[in-house]
Design a binder for this molecule. Sequence first.
Ligand SMILES: [Zn+2]
Length: 316
Amino acid sequence: MNRSLPSRAAGLTLLALVLAARSSFAAEVPKAPEQPPFEVVKPFATDNSWYGRFGVTNCSWIDTGDGVFVIDTGATALDAKNLRAEVARTTKNKPIRWIAMTHLHADSNDGFSSFLPTDATIFVNARATGALAGAIAKGSGKAPTVVGISDRVALVAGKRAFEIGIPSGNAHTAYDLYVFDTSTRTVYAGDLVTTDRCPMLSDPDSDLKGWIGILERLDSLGAQALVPSRGNPTPAASQEIEKTRRYLKSMLVFLTEKKKQNAPEARVTGELAGEKLSDYCPRELSAINALSVYRRILNDGTTVPGSAAASPASKK
Ligand SMILES: [Zn+2]
């Protein structure tokens, strides 16, 4: 297998993606709902940009003039089908020429297989390209071009210009990516910023320092709008980024301090109640976040990725 294969959890997500493409697509085609569980709107007064909430996850698309740039492909075959139908409806059947995946969690991109075959250009975090190429290679027909981003790139797509970038390491996951539309100054942040919702640190590769670092990059873009994968788009991009950053920084300080004290897990969750952390996130979710990271965090605040923590040498 390719050395760039992702960690177990995200790998399973990709595996699910492959399996959905190969074997169970037909079984997953919707049995009933003629009232599809999605809504489609233009997030702001921006021209030719839409987002749709398919199930619980937002997917976005931009008509660049010559074709469509889709950001995230939905959680299921049904979501992807609805997404493609809405893209066709709103853009008058323009072709999908670019796809970006903000990360590989199932709720954001397990619908990808329903976009195959395609000759679109697909942007993912460079660390995900090996697994994605493997998934695509098993298909037939047209093959997409996959571009792995290892820092950031400027893309001119049709009449629009974008910046596509990634964190320097792990953040929400090991494979995060953002898209910044320079025309509308809108940042598509995936799960790096989830407006009015608790950031989730339960991925085995979540990393507080890396996440805080990429938020600083997002803030420096000077975005005038933010579209998250969860929650509502907002024109208050900077404030939302700062809210997430404050929560993560507080969590980092709290957990590092507890690690230095070698505090038992029960004390970590017990003392969370007295922290400001619980003002932003429900206490139960903060406890899940805290424990997930506490089991992997070191005294200096860095975290051991889940895949490494689960290696045979450290298993017991
Ligand atoms: Zn996620």
